[in-house]
Write a protein that binds this ligand. Structure first.
Ligand SMILES: [Zn+2]
Length: 48
């Protein structure tokens, strides 16, 4: 089961929820993919 969640707010890649496992981060309407988590400061993304 693979469910499309949305696009990463940082790099624009598609983020999916696979078998109940969300391979990204979704906070306050900001969506980040797995590769951007840790590399991007959430504070900077929220400025958009
Ligand atoms: Zn990303």
């Amino acid at each position: 089961m693979r469910e499309f969640v949305g696009y990463c707010s940082c790099c624009g890649v598609e983020v999916y929820c696979e078998d109940g496992f969300f391979n990204g981060l979704h906070v306050d309407g900001v969506l980040l993919c797995a590769s951007c988590i840790g590399e991007t400061k959430l504070e900077e993304v929220q400025q958009f």
